[in-house]
Design a protein around this ligand. Structure first.
Ligand SMILES: Cc1cc2nc3c(=O)[nH]c(=O)nc-3n(C[C@H](O)[C@H](O)[C@H](O)COP(=O)(O)OP(=O)(O)OC[C@H]3O[C@@H](n4cnc5c(N)ncnc54)[C@H](O)[C@@H]3O)c2cc1C
Length: 442
């Protein structure tokens, strides 16, 4: 089966220190059976397998169309921070203060547990604990302070306010005013992370089948009991429980759930090594995003390259067009870096539901899903893995907390056009806000 991933011309430019392509249990061949089969070895699938293993489930297989992390989980910006794609203020409006605080708190716990697991399992993934900073694009310090106060009082979510001068000591750009630092957040090489976790799973006896695109899931009978039969090109696996974690890369296996998804692209590029120059612009190695809806995000890599990301679109773009767009964005923030060469440029598909919250649940007896993490997927996929594993082991309380967000139809092709239109409108609003506030408000 041809996945949408193969539509990407841009190979991911993360360096992993591995001299050979990742190999696990090999492609699926013949027929076999497991208790739990997970489709898609991105972070949602891997985290589900890890959480099941922790709960004593040992008969697990992961089936991946390419290699682990070939989708968004291995090609993202590497920011690990709290929250969902749905903005915190909207989460509070939808759920009320108490429930929103609890759901947000789970993502903060998830950031902490990802960080702890990296140490516990010795995953080499270039972690940088300098953390993540939100930088103010609109010269509107008061709004930023108000936001931090609101997050503290409504969600018990602590953000440290950085005066413009303090932010400048971390990010040397005239573009920004004040900033908010998120304690506990960090950034890392997401591809090394996901591959390291896949290695760990294999070492624990979990089958991780690479290069095995699933083409069909059907009901079958196994030893007189109904099970699911998951078919790949050269073989099949039957399982009592199946978990679908295919991100924005498949919408055909279970249309009843996947019709609720819109695959949305976003882009990343890596500069050439900048040496000492980089420290001039990023005196502290923080990861930065800004307060616009259509924000830029960037972070320094250990070898002095700058990772630059941004833009969303319903279309895949060529690496040269990604380079062109992101070079313009980079020069607006750091005019002194105009003209630096981007060595790599690539994109990836995120999956969004209309409500911008993850889709976690069960679509039939023994058929589970964990999808739609949008652009805020590192902490939330890990959380989803825990929540799904709890439910598979009979504890459904946290899964039930997500049932407010059902897989409602995302509008197909027209829905995609609407998403692009909304993005452009919000970009226009960013522009209006920027030009409406010419002087810094204190
Ligand atoms: C460029 C980019 C930058 C981002 N930056 C950040 C960031 O800095 N921080 C953050 O928190 N989030 C970020 N995100 C979002 C985050 O990466 C995603 O939300 C998250 O990785 C989604 O994980 P997933 O496991 O659901 O999907 P994926 O990682 O996409 O995994 C799905 C997997 O399923 C496999 N698959 C699909 N169909 C089949 C099939 N039929 N058979 C077998 N396998 C199949 C795919 O090959 C893929 O490996 C970014 C996303 C992108 C694209």
């Amino acid at each position: 089966m041809k996945t949408e991933e193969s539509a990407w011309p841009g190979r991911c430019g993360y360096i992993t220190g591995r001299d050979r392509p990742w190999t696990g249990s090999g492609p699926v061949r013949g027929s076999s059976a497991v208790d739990v089969l997970i489709i898609g070895a991105g972070m949602a699938g891997i985290a589900t397998a890890l959480a099941l293993l922790k709960r004593g489930v040992r008969s697990i297989a992961l089936v991946e169309a390419d290699t682990p992390g070939a989708g968004a989980s291995g090609r993202n910006g590497g920011f690990v921070f709290a929250g969902y794609s749905l903005a915190n203020d909207r989460l509070i409006r939808q759920l009320g203060r108490e429930r929103a605080a609890s759901l947000h708190g789970w993502t903060r716990d998830s950031v902490g547990s990802i960080r702890q697991r990296i140490d516990d399992l010795g995953i080499a993934c270039s972690v940088n604990d300098a953390g993540v900073v939100l930088a103010d694009w609109f010269a509107d310090d008061q709004s930023l302070r108000d936001f931090a106060d609101r997050m503290q009082s409504e969600l018990s979510f602590r953000l440290e306010y950085l005066e413009p001068d303090a932010l400048k000591k971390q990010v040397n750009s005239e573009r920004y005013g004040a900033g908010l630092f998120e304690p506990g957040s960090f950034h890392f090489n997401p591809l090394e992370h996901v591959l390291g976790l896949a290695d760990y799973l294999v070492s624990q006896g979990v089958r991780v089948h690479e290069r095995s695109p699933v083409c069909q899931i059907v009901r079958a009978s196994r030893h007189g009991e109904t099970a699911w039969l998951v078919k790949c090109g050269q073989g099949s696996i039957s399982a009592g429980q199946v978990v679908l974690t295919t991100g924005g890369y498949d919408r055909r296996l279970r249309p009843d759930v996947q019709r609720a998804l819109q695959p949305i692209a976003t882009y990343v590029a890596l500069t050439e090594p900048l040496g000492e120059r980089l420290i001039r612009y990023l005196p502290r190695p923080v990861a930065v995003y800004d307060t616009r809806f259509a924000f830029d995000y960037f972070r320094p890599l250990p070898d002095s390259r700058l990772l630059w990301g941004g833009r969303i679109s319903i279309a895949s773009r060529s690496p040269s067009s990604i380079r062109r767009l992101l070079a313009r964005d980079l020069a607006r923030v750091f005019p002194g870096l105009a003209g630096v060469r981007f060595e790599h440029a690539w994109g990836g598909w995120m999956s969004y539901a209309r409500h911008e919250m993850p889709l976690l649940g069960q679509s039939a007896d023994g058929l589970w899903f964990g999808l739609a993490f949008g652009g805020h997927g590192m902490a939330t996929t890990n959380l989803a893995g825990e929540v799904l594993a709890e439910a598979l082991c009979g504890q459904r309380e946290r899964l039930d907390a997500f049932t407010s967000w059902q897989p409602v139809w995302a509008g197909g092709g027209l829905g995609r056009v609407a998403v692009q239109g909304r993005y452009w409108c919000l970009q226009g609003l960013d522009w209006w806000r920027e030009h409406r506030l010419p002087a810094r408000k204190k």
